[in-house]
Design a protein around this ligand. Sequence first.
Ligand code: EPZ
Length: 426
Amino acid sequence: MKKILVNGGKQLFGSIPISGMKNAALPVIYASLIVSGKCVIENLPMVNDVLVSFDILRAVGVKVEQLSETSVCIDAENAAIAKVPSELSNKIRASYYLLGAELARFEEAEVGLPGGCDFCVRPIDQHIKAFETLGAKVTVDQNAGTIRADVPDCLQGETVFFDTVTVGATINAMLASVCAFGNTVIVNAAREPHVVDLANFLNTCGADIAGAGTDTIKIRGVAQKKLHGCTYAIIPDMIEAGTYMAAVAAAGGDVTITNVIPKHLETISAKLCDMGAKVIEDDTSVRVVSDGKLKHTAIKTLPYPGFATDMQPQFCVLMCLAEGESTLIEGVWANRFKYVDELKRMGAKITVNDKTAKVTGVDKLHSASVRAVDLRAGAAMIIAALCAEATTAVEDVHLIERGYENIVSKLSNVGADIFSLNAGNY
Ligand code: EPZ
Protein backbone atom coordinates (compact mmCIF):
# COMPACT_ATOMS: atom_id res chain seq x y z
CA MET A 1 0.00 0.00 0.00
CA LYS A 2 1.24 3.44 -0.90
CA LYS A 3 1.78 6.16 1.76
CA ILE A 4 2.53 9.84 1.47
CA LEU A 5 5.14 11.11 3.95
CA VAL A 6 5.38 14.80 4.78
CA ASN A 7 8.04 16.55 6.88
CA GLY A 8 6.04 19.55 8.01
CA GLY A 9 7.06 23.12 8.67
CA LYS A 10 8.16 24.31 5.22
CA GLN A 11 6.65 27.44 3.69
CA LEU A 12 5.57 27.18 0.04
CA PHE A 13 6.87 29.40 -2.80
CA GLY A 14 6.43 29.28 -6.59
CA SER A 15 3.55 28.27 -8.80
CA ILE A 16 1.19 25.31 -9.13
CA PRO A 17 -0.60 24.56 -12.43
CA ILE A 18 -4.16 23.29 -12.03
CA SER A 19 -5.44 20.28 -13.98
CA GLY A 20 -8.81 19.89 -15.66
CA MET A 21 -11.73 19.39 -13.29
CA LYS A 22 -12.47 15.75 -12.42
CA ASN A 23 -16.15 16.41 -11.74
CA ALA A 24 -16.54 18.19 -15.10
CA ALA A 25 -14.50 15.64 -17.05
CA LEU A 26 -16.60 12.68 -15.87
CA PRO A 27 -19.99 13.81 -17.27
CA VAL A 28 -18.36 14.89 -20.55
CA ILE A 29 -16.66 11.49 -20.92
CA TYR A 30 -19.99 9.66 -20.46
CA ALA A 31 -21.79 12.18 -22.71
CA SER A 32 -19.43 11.22 -25.56
CA LEU A 33 -21.31 7.91 -25.70
CA ILE A 34 -24.36 9.76 -27.06
CA VAL A 35 -22.46 11.44 -29.89
CA SER A 36 -22.12 9.99 -33.41
CA GLY A 37 -18.58 11.03 -34.23
CA LYS A 38 -15.16 11.33 -32.64
CA CYS A 39 -14.82 13.62 -29.61
CA VAL A 40 -11.38 14.90 -28.72
CA ILE A 41 -11.45 15.84 -25.03
CA GLU A 42 -8.60 18.04 -23.86
CA ASN A 43 -7.34 19.27 -20.46
CA LEU A 44 -8.34 15.99 -18.80
CA PRO A 45 -6.93 15.10 -15.40
CA MET A 46 -5.66 11.52 -15.71
CA VAL A 47 -6.82 10.63 -12.19
CA ASN A 48 -8.20 7.23 -11.21
CA ASP A 49 -11.91 8.16 -11.54
CA VAL A 50 -11.26 9.28 -15.13
CA LEU A 51 -9.23 6.17 -16.01
CA VAL A 52 -11.95 3.88 -14.56
CA SER A 53 -14.55 5.78 -16.63
CA PHE A 54 -12.55 5.05 -19.80
CA ASP A 55 -12.64 1.34 -18.87
CA ILE A 56 -16.40 1.52 -18.29
CA LEU A 57 -16.91 3.04 -21.74
CA ARG A 58 -14.60 0.44 -23.30
CA ALA A 59 -16.82 -2.26 -21.71
CA VAL A 60 -19.73 -0.98 -23.86
CA GLY A 61 -17.66 -0.96 -27.04
CA VAL A 62 -16.39 2.64 -27.06
CA LYS A 63 -12.88 3.27 -28.40
CA VAL A 64 -10.82 5.52 -26.13
CA GLU A 65 -7.44 6.48 -27.50
CA GLN A 66 -4.98 8.55 -25.50
CA LEU A 67 -3.60 11.36 -27.67
CA SER A 68 -1.38 13.15 -25.14
CA GLU A 69 -0.84 13.40 -21.39
CA THR A 70 -4.09 15.36 -21.07
CA SER A 71 -6.23 14.46 -24.09
CA VAL A 72 -8.10 11.49 -25.52
CA CYS A 73 -10.18 10.72 -28.59
CA ILE A 74 -13.48 8.99 -27.77
CA ASP A 75 -15.24 7.18 -30.62
CA ALA A 76 -18.60 5.67 -29.65
CA GLU A 77 -19.68 4.66 -33.14
CA ASN A 78 -19.63 0.91 -32.40
CA ALA A 79 -20.96 1.17 -28.85
CA ALA A 80 -23.65 -1.32 -27.83
CA ILE A 81 -25.56 -2.18 -24.67
CA ALA A 82 -23.41 -4.60 -22.67
CA LYS A 83 -22.95 -5.56 -19.02
CA VAL A 84 -20.29 -3.46 -17.33
CA PRO A 85 -18.44 -5.62 -14.77
CA SER A 86 -19.67 -4.52 -11.33
CA GLU A 87 -16.09 -4.41 -10.02
CA LEU A 88 -15.63 -1.50 -12.46
CA SER A 89 -18.87 0.41 -11.86
CA ASN A 90 -18.65 -0.08 -8.08
CA LYS A 91 -15.33 1.71 -7.99
CA ILE A 92 -16.71 5.17 -8.68
CA ARG A 93 -19.79 7.30 -8.14
CA ALA A 94 -19.86 8.74 -11.64
CA SER A 95 -20.58 5.34 -13.21
CA TYR A 96 -24.25 6.29 -12.82
CA TYR A 97 -23.83 8.81 -15.65
CA LEU A 98 -23.78 5.73 -17.89
CA LEU A 99 -27.52 5.43 -17.17
CA GLY A 100 -28.39 8.87 -18.57
CA ALA A 101 -26.03 8.47 -21.52
CA GLU A 102 -27.23 4.94 -22.42
CA LEU A 103 -30.87 6.03 -22.17
CA ALA A 104 -30.20 8.84 -24.66
CA ARG A 105 -28.30 6.56 -27.02
CA PHE A 106 -30.13 3.19 -26.72
CA GLU A 107 -33.34 3.91 -24.78
CA GLU A 108 -32.26 1.27 -22.27
CA ALA A 109 -29.54 1.23 -19.65
CA GLU A 110 -28.04 -0.93 -16.93
CA VAL A 111 -25.22 -0.35 -14.50
CA GLY A 112 -24.02 -1.71 -11.14
CA LEU A 113 -24.88 0.39 -8.09
CA PRO A 114 -22.37 3.24 -7.96
CA GLY A 115 -19.45 3.43 -5.51
CA GLY A 116 -17.43 6.53 -4.65
CA CYS A 117 -16.56 8.33 -1.41
CA ASP A 118 -18.62 6.78 1.37
CA PHE A 119 -18.67 9.66 3.86
CA CYS A 120 -22.44 9.06 4.18
CA VAL A 121 -25.38 7.31 2.49
CA ARG A 122 -25.74 8.85 -0.97
CA PRO A 123 -29.33 8.48 -2.27
CA ILE A 124 -30.21 8.30 -5.99
CA ASP A 125 -33.98 8.88 -5.73
CA GLN A 126 -33.79 12.15 -7.72
CA HIS A 127 -31.94 10.43 -10.60
CA ILE A 128 -34.70 7.83 -10.73
CA LYS A 129 -37.37 10.52 -10.52
CA ALA A 130 -35.84 12.33 -13.52
CA PHE A 131 -35.62 9.17 -15.65
CA GLU A 132 -39.20 8.19 -14.76
CA THR A 133 -40.50 11.69 -15.53
CA LEU A 134 -38.95 11.36 -18.99
CA GLY A 135 -40.76 8.04 -19.57
CA ALA A 136 -38.30 5.37 -18.37
CA LYS A 137 -39.18 2.46 -16.10
CA VAL A 138 -36.44 2.05 -13.49
CA THR A 139 -35.72 -1.09 -11.47
CA VAL A 140 -33.20 -1.18 -8.64
CA ASP A 141 -32.17 -4.74 -7.76
CA GLN A 142 -30.34 -4.50 -4.42
CA ASN A 143 -29.53 -8.24 -4.46
CA ALA A 144 -27.93 -8.15 -7.88
CA GLY A 145 -26.54 -4.68 -7.13
CA THR A 146 -27.86 -3.19 -10.38
CA ILE A 147 -30.02 -0.34 -11.66
CA ARG A 148 -31.87 -0.89 -14.92
CA ALA A 149 -33.87 1.59 -16.96
CA ASP A 150 -36.10 0.70 -19.92
CA VAL A 151 -38.19 2.94 -22.10
CA PRO A 152 -41.53 1.25 -22.91
CA ASP A 153 -42.61 3.96 -25.34
CA CYS A 154 -40.13 6.79 -25.99
CA LEU A 155 -38.21 9.36 -23.99
CA GLN A 156 -40.48 12.36 -23.91
CA GLY A 157 -39.45 15.89 -22.86
CA GLU A 158 -41.15 16.93 -19.61
CA THR A 159 -40.69 19.24 -16.63
CA VAL A 160 -38.42 17.61 -14.05
CA PHE A 161 -38.78 19.12 -10.56
CA PHE A 162 -35.94 18.29 -8.19
CA ASP A 163 -36.83 18.13 -4.49
CA THR A 164 -33.26 19.04 -3.58
CA VAL A 165 -30.39 20.64 -5.47
CA THR A 166 -28.33 17.74 -6.83
CA VAL A 167 -25.40 17.92 -9.22
CA GLY A 168 -25.51 14.26 -10.25
CA ALA A 169 -29.24 14.09 -10.93
CA THR A 170 -29.16 17.42 -12.84
CA ILE A 171 -26.42 15.97 -15.03
CA ASN A 172 -28.24 12.65 -15.53
CA ALA A 173 -31.46 14.52 -16.44
CA MET A 174 -29.53 16.58 -19.02
CA LEU A 175 -27.95 13.44 -20.51
CA ALA A 176 -31.22 11.49 -20.68
CA SER A 177 -33.21 14.37 -22.19
CA VAL A 178 -30.77 15.69 -24.78
CA CYS A 179 -32.29 13.51 -27.53
CA ALA A 180 -35.81 13.14 -26.06
CA PHE A 181 -38.87 14.18 -28.09
CA GLY A 182 -39.90 17.75 -27.32
CA ASN A 183 -38.72 20.07 -24.58
CA THR A 184 -37.45 19.26 -21.10
CA VAL A 185 -37.29 21.81 -18.31
CA ILE A 186 -35.21 21.03 -15.22
CA VAL A 187 -36.45 23.04 -12.24
CA ASN A 188 -34.30 23.53 -9.11
CA ALA A 189 -31.24 22.52 -11.13
CA ALA A 190 -27.71 22.55 -9.74
CA ARG A 191 -25.70 25.60 -10.89
CA GLU A 192 -22.17 24.20 -10.53
CA PRO A 193 -19.57 25.12 -13.19
CA HIS A 194 -19.40 21.44 -14.18
CA VAL A 195 -23.12 21.50 -15.07
CA VAL A 196 -22.35 24.44 -17.38
CA ASP A 197 -19.34 22.61 -18.82
CA LEU A 198 -21.50 19.61 -19.76
CA ALA A 199 -24.06 21.89 -21.44
CA ASN A 200 -21.27 23.65 -23.36
CA PHE A 201 -19.83 20.31 -24.51
CA LEU A 202 -23.21 18.96 -25.64
CA ASN A 203 -24.11 22.26 -27.36
CA THR A 204 -20.76 22.17 -29.19
CA CYS A 205 -21.85 18.70 -30.44
CA GLY A 206 -25.17 20.12 -31.71
CA ALA A 207 -27.47 19.86 -28.68
CA ASP A 208 -29.87 22.66 -27.72
CA ILE A 209 -29.48 23.40 -23.99
CA ALA A 210 -30.13 26.82 -22.45
CA GLY A 211 -29.99 28.09 -18.88
CA ALA A 212 -27.18 25.93 -17.49
CA GLY A 213 -25.68 27.85 -14.56
CA THR A 214 -29.15 28.99 -13.44
CA ASP A 215 -31.72 26.98 -11.50
CA THR A 216 -33.84 26.34 -14.64
CA ILE A 217 -32.33 24.44 -17.56
CA LYS A 218 -34.24 24.12 -20.83
CA ILE A 219 -33.40 21.32 -23.24
CA ARG A 220 -34.89 21.11 -26.70
CA GLY A 221 -34.44 17.48 -27.78
CA VAL A 222 -32.45 16.87 -30.98
CA ALA A 223 -32.21 13.67 -33.05
CA GLN A 224 -29.30 11.57 -31.77
CA LYS A 225 -27.86 11.40 -35.34
CA LYS A 226 -27.54 15.20 -35.29
CA LEU A 227 -25.03 15.16 -32.43
CA HIS A 228 -21.59 15.35 -34.05
CA GLY A 229 -18.06 15.00 -32.73
CA CYS A 230 -16.03 17.98 -31.57
CA THR A 231 -12.88 19.08 -29.80
CA TYR A 232 -13.53 20.29 -26.27
CA ALA A 233 -11.31 21.39 -23.35
CA ILE A 234 -12.45 20.69 -19.77
CA ILE A 235 -12.57 23.64 -17.33
CA PRO A 236 -9.91 23.93 -14.61
CA ASP A 237 -10.55 22.15 -11.30
CA MET A 238 -11.78 24.69 -8.76
CA ILE A 239 -11.54 22.18 -5.90
CA GLU A 240 -7.96 21.24 -6.74
CA ALA A 241 -7.13 24.97 -6.92
CA GLY A 242 -8.95 25.66 -3.65
CA THR A 243 -7.06 22.83 -1.97
CA TYR A 244 -3.67 24.32 -2.89
CA MET A 245 -4.88 27.81 -1.92
CA ALA A 246 -5.79 26.43 1.51
CA ALA A 247 -2.42 24.66 1.75
CA VAL A 248 -0.53 27.93 1.16
CA ALA A 249 -2.73 29.82 3.62
CA ALA A 250 -2.03 27.19 6.29
CA ALA A 251 1.66 26.52 5.68
CA GLY A 252 2.52 30.14 4.81
CA GLY A 253 4.36 31.36 1.71
CA ASP A 254 3.61 32.97 -1.64
CA VAL A 255 2.25 30.75 -4.43
CA THR A 256 0.55 31.55 -7.73
CA ILE A 257 -2.07 28.98 -8.70
CA THR A 258 -2.26 29.01 -12.50
CA ASN A 259 -4.76 27.82 -15.15
CA VAL A 260 -7.83 28.68 -13.05
CA ILE A 261 -11.08 30.60 -13.55
CA PRO A 262 -10.92 33.06 -10.59
CA LYS A 263 -14.72 33.56 -10.70
CA HIS A 264 -15.20 29.90 -9.69
CA LEU A 265 -12.95 30.49 -6.67
CA GLU A 266 -14.65 33.60 -5.30
CA THR A 267 -16.15 32.04 -2.16
CA ILE A 268 -12.89 30.27 -1.36
CA SER A 269 -10.84 33.44 -1.91
CA ALA A 270 -13.24 35.48 0.24
CA LYS A 271 -12.97 33.01 3.15
CA LEU A 272 -9.19 32.90 2.93
CA CYS A 273 -9.11 36.71 3.07
CA ASP A 274 -11.46 36.64 6.10
CA MET A 275 -9.02 34.29 7.78
CA GLY A 276 -6.06 36.61 7.15
CA ALA A 277 -4.45 35.41 3.92
CA LYS A 278 -4.03 37.68 0.90
CA VAL A 279 -5.49 36.57 -2.45
CA ILE A 280 -4.55 38.46 -5.61
CA GLU A 281 -6.57 37.57 -8.72
CA ASP A 282 -5.39 37.82 -12.29
CA ASP A 283 -7.18 36.71 -15.49
CA THR A 284 -6.28 33.03 -15.21
CA SER A 285 -4.43 32.79 -11.90
CA VAL A 286 -4.73 33.53 -8.20
CA ARG A 287 -1.76 34.33 -5.97
CA VAL A 288 -2.03 33.43 -2.28
CA VAL A 289 0.27 35.11 0.22
CA SER A 290 0.18 34.08 3.86
CA ASP A 291 2.32 34.24 6.98
CA GLY A 292 0.46 31.18 8.29
CA LYS A 293 -1.27 33.20 11.03
CA LEU A 294 -5.00 32.66 10.64
CA LYS A 295 -8.14 34.08 12.25
CA HIS A 296 -11.23 32.08 13.24
CA THR A 297 -14.27 32.09 10.95
CA ALA A 298 -17.68 30.50 10.33
CA ILE A 299 -18.56 28.46 7.24
CA LYS A 300 -21.69 26.69 6.06
CA THR A 301 -21.37 24.57 2.95
CA LEU A 302 -24.05 25.01 0.28
CA PRO A 303 -24.65 24.19 -3.38
CA TYR A 304 -22.80 26.50 -5.82
CA PRO A 305 -22.35 29.47 -5.67
CA GLY A 306 -22.25 28.80 -1.92
CA PHE A 307 -19.16 27.47 -0.17
CA ALA A 308 -18.32 24.06 -1.70
CA THR A 309 -18.75 20.96 0.47
CA ASP A 310 -15.72 19.52 -1.33
CA MET A 311 -13.60 22.24 0.39
CA GLN A 312 -15.02 21.53 3.87
CA PRO A 313 -12.31 19.18 5.26
CA GLN A 314 -9.48 21.38 3.92
CA PHE A 315 -10.94 24.47 5.65
CA CYS A 316 -11.40 22.47 8.84
CA VAL A 317 -7.60 22.16 8.93
CA LEU A 318 -7.26 25.95 8.57
CA MET A 319 -9.70 26.36 11.45
CA CYS A 320 -7.62 23.93 13.55
CA LEU A 321 -4.67 26.30 13.18
CA ALA A 322 -6.58 29.60 13.47
CA GLU A 323 -6.78 31.60 16.68
CA GLY A 324 -10.11 31.33 18.50
CA GLU A 325 -13.16 29.17 17.91
CA SER A 326 -14.52 28.53 14.41
CA THR A 327 -17.80 26.97 13.35
CA LEU A 328 -18.15 24.64 10.37
CA ILE A 329 -21.62 23.54 9.26
CA GLU A 330 -22.09 20.86 6.60
CA GLY A 331 -25.12 21.97 4.59
CA VAL A 332 -25.00 19.53 1.67
CA TRP A 333 -24.30 16.01 2.98
CA ALA A 334 -25.91 14.24 5.94
CA ASN A 335 -22.47 13.62 7.44
CA ARG A 336 -19.02 14.56 6.23
CA PHE A 337 -16.95 14.60 9.42
CA LYS A 338 -15.47 11.08 9.52
CA TYR A 339 -12.00 12.57 9.08
CA VAL A 340 -12.21 14.58 12.32
CA ASP A 341 -10.87 11.63 14.37
CA GLU A 342 -7.74 11.61 12.19
CA LEU A 343 -7.13 15.33 12.82
CA LYS A 344 -7.68 14.81 16.53
CA ARG A 345 -4.83 12.30 16.46
CA MET A 346 -2.65 15.19 15.31
CA GLY A 347 -3.74 17.32 18.28
CA ALA A 348 -6.72 19.14 16.75
CA LYS A 349 -9.52 20.29 19.05
CA ILE A 350 -12.83 19.60 17.32
CA THR A 351 -16.25 18.63 18.61
CA VAL A 352 -18.93 17.48 16.21
CA ASN A 353 -22.63 17.63 16.91
CA ASP A 354 -24.72 16.35 13.99
CA LYS A 355 -23.85 18.64 11.05
CA THR A 356 -21.87 21.23 13.05
CA ALA A 357 -18.21 21.14 14.03
CA LYS A 358 -16.79 23.55 16.60
CA VAL A 359 -13.08 23.95 16.07
CA THR A 360 -10.77 25.54 18.64
CA GLY A 361 -7.45 26.62 17.16
CA VAL A 362 -4.20 25.12 18.50
CA ASP A 363 -0.65 26.50 18.12
CA LYS A 364 0.67 23.40 16.38
CA LEU A 365 -0.50 20.06 15.03
CA HIS A 366 1.84 17.17 15.73
CA SER A 367 2.84 14.27 13.51
CA ALA A 368 0.89 11.01 13.50
CA SER A 369 0.03 8.20 11.14
CA VAL A 370 -3.32 9.19 9.62
CA ARG A 371 -5.70 7.82 7.00
CA ALA A 372 -7.33 9.47 4.02
CA VAL A 373 -10.91 8.48 4.86
CA ASP A 374 -12.10 9.86 1.51
CA LEU A 375 -10.78 11.98 -1.36
CA ARG A 376 -11.14 15.51 0.08
CA ALA A 377 -10.44 14.34 3.63
CA GLY A 378 -7.20 12.88 2.29
CA ALA A 379 -6.23 16.26 0.81
CA ALA A 380 -7.01 17.81 4.21
CA MET A 381 -4.63 15.35 5.90
CA ILE A 382 -1.87 16.44 3.55
CA ILE A 383 -2.50 20.11 4.40
CA ALA A 384 -2.41 19.24 8.12
CA ALA A 385 0.81 17.31 7.59
CA LEU A 386 2.43 20.29 5.79
CA CYS A 387 1.84 22.35 8.95
CA ALA A 388 2.65 19.68 11.56
CA GLU A 389 5.88 19.22 13.47
CA ALA A 390 8.08 16.30 12.29
CA THR A 391 6.96 13.56 9.87
CA THR A 392 3.33 12.63 9.20
CA ALA A 393 2.37 9.52 7.22
CA VAL A 394 -0.87 9.65 5.24
CA GLU A 395 -2.28 6.22 4.36
CA ASP A 396 -4.95 5.08 1.89
CA VAL A 397 -3.43 7.31 -0.77
CA HIS A 398 -5.45 5.58 -3.51
CA LEU A 399 -8.43 7.64 -2.32
CA ILE A 400 -6.50 10.89 -2.86
CA GLU A 401 -5.39 9.67 -6.30
CA ARG A 402 -9.06 9.38 -7.31
CA GLY A 403 -9.11 13.13 -7.78
CA TYR A 404 -5.72 14.85 -7.42
CA GLU A 405 -3.26 14.60 -10.29
CA ASN A 406 0.43 14.59 -9.24
CA ILE A 407 -0.30 16.02 -5.79
CA VAL A 408 3.13 15.01 -4.46
CA SER A 409 5.14 16.59 -7.28
CA LYS A 410 2.93 19.72 -7.41
CA LEU A 411 3.57 20.35 -3.70
CA SER A 412 7.23 19.38 -3.73
CA ASN A 413 7.81 21.80 -6.65
CA VAL A 414 6.79 24.68 -4.35
CA GLY A 415 9.09 23.56 -1.54
CA ALA A 416 7.08 21.03 0.47
CA ASP A 417 9.12 18.14 1.87
CA ILE A 418 6.74 15.45 0.64
CA PHE A 419 7.21 12.08 -1.02
CA SER A 420 5.34 8.84 -1.68
CA LEU A 421 6.44 5.43 -0.57
CA ASN A 422 5.27 2.18 -2.13
CA ALA A 423 4.91 -0.94 0.01
CA GLY A 424 8.33 -2.21 -0.99
CA ASN A 425 10.09 0.95 0.21
CA TYR A 426 9.42 0.67 3.94
C1 EPZ B 1 -21.15 15.65 -6.68
O1 EPZ B 1 -21.70 14.49 -6.08
C2 EPZ B 1 -19.65 15.52 -6.55
N1 EPZ B 1 -19.23 14.29 -7.22
C3 EPZ B 1 -19.27 15.49 -5.08
O2 EPZ B 1 -17.86 15.55 -5.01
C4 EPZ B 1 -19.83 16.74 -4.38
O3 EPZ B 1 -19.59 16.62 -3.00
C5 EPZ B 1 -21.32 16.87 -4.63
O4 EPZ B 1 -21.59 16.84 -6.04
C6 EPZ B 1 -21.91 18.16 -4.08
O5 EPZ B 1 -21.24 19.27 -4.65
C7 EPZ B 1 -19.12 14.26 -8.54
O6 EPZ B 1 -19.35 15.21 -9.26
C8 EPZ B 1 -18.63 12.98 -9.15
P1 EPZ B 1 -25.34 15.67 -5.25
P2 EPZ B 1 -23.21 14.10 -6.30
O7 EPZ B 1 -26.23 14.81 -6.04
O8 EPZ B 1 -23.62 14.54 -7.64
C9 EPZ B 1 -28.78 14.71 -2.05
C10 EPZ B 1 -15.70 14.75 -4.66
O9 EPZ B 1 -15.05 14.82 -3.60
N2 EPZ B 1 -29.34 13.82 -3.07
O10 EPZ B 1 -25.19 17.10 -5.64
O11 EPZ B 1 -23.37 12.67 -5.94
C11 EPZ B 1 -27.50 14.15 -1.45
O12 EPZ B 1 -27.78 13.24 -0.41
C12 EPZ B 1 -17.16 14.35 -4.62
O13 EPZ B 1 -15.23 15.01 -5.78
C13 EPZ B 1 -30.58 13.25 -2.86
O14 EPZ B 1 -31.22 13.45 -1.82
O15 EPZ B 1 -23.90 15.00 -5.17
C14 EPZ B 1 -26.83 15.41 -0.97
O16 EPZ B 1 -27.35 15.74 0.28
C15 EPZ B 1 -17.56 13.82 -3.28
N3 EPZ B 1 -31.08 12.42 -3.83
C16 EPZ B 1 -27.25 16.46 -1.99
O17 EPZ B 1 -28.39 15.93 -2.65
C17 EPZ B 1 -30.42 12.16 -4.98
O18 EPZ B 1 -30.94 11.41 -5.82
C18 EPZ B 1 -26.20 16.81 -3.04
O19 EPZ B 1 -25.80 15.62 -3.73
C19 EPZ B 1 -29.17 12.76 -5.19
C20 EPZ B 1 -28.65 13.58 -4.22
